[in-house]
Design a protein around this ligand. Structure first.
Ligand code: FES
Length: 138
């Protein structure tokens, strides 16, 4: 992907910006929409607290995340089709790992690192190679 000049400290600010705000994430292609509240600091988190992966996991939407959410693989690659502007900046580590992801697009992110600030709703596509992992709670 492109080179990133953003430092990692810029990622942290978006979490607090989400405080008190509820927004929605719709996951494609299933079209399932979840309501998202600010992350509970005491809860278990997959990836960064408040990340797309974290919110998906808490709603039984499974996105493969082989490294456990530490920006050390590219299995959690998703495409943020709408609402990308409300998400934190890409870190150098995320940028490096995205370079390994198949089907990379300009709206690609690692779900474990991408933290929306809650200012708008998101539409997130789970790529085809990861769709077998999608399930809903019954
Ligand atoms: Fe490995 Fe997100 S789970 S980079």
């Amino acid at each position: 992907m492109t080179e990133s000049t953003h430092d990692k400290t810029s990622q942290q600010g978006n979490v607090s910006a989400a405080s008190g705000k509820t927004y929605r994430i719709t996951f494609l292609p299933e079209g399932r929409t979840i309501e998202v509240s600010p992350p509970d600091p005491l809860a278990h988190h997959e990836g960064e607290p408040g990340s797309i992966l974290d919110n998906a996991d808490h709603n039984n939407i499974h996105i493969d995340h082989a490294c456990g959410g530490f920006a050390a693989c590219s299995t959690c690659h998703v495409i943020v089709k709408e609402g990308l502007e409300s998400c934190n900046e890409i870190s150098d580590d995320e940028d490096d790992m995205l370079d390994e992801a198949p089907g990379l697009t300009l709206k690609s992110r690692l779900a474990c690192q991408c933290i929306p600030d809650g200012s708008t709703d998101l539409v997130v596509e789970i790529p085809a190679w990861n769709r077998n992992y999608v399930s809903e709670e019954h």
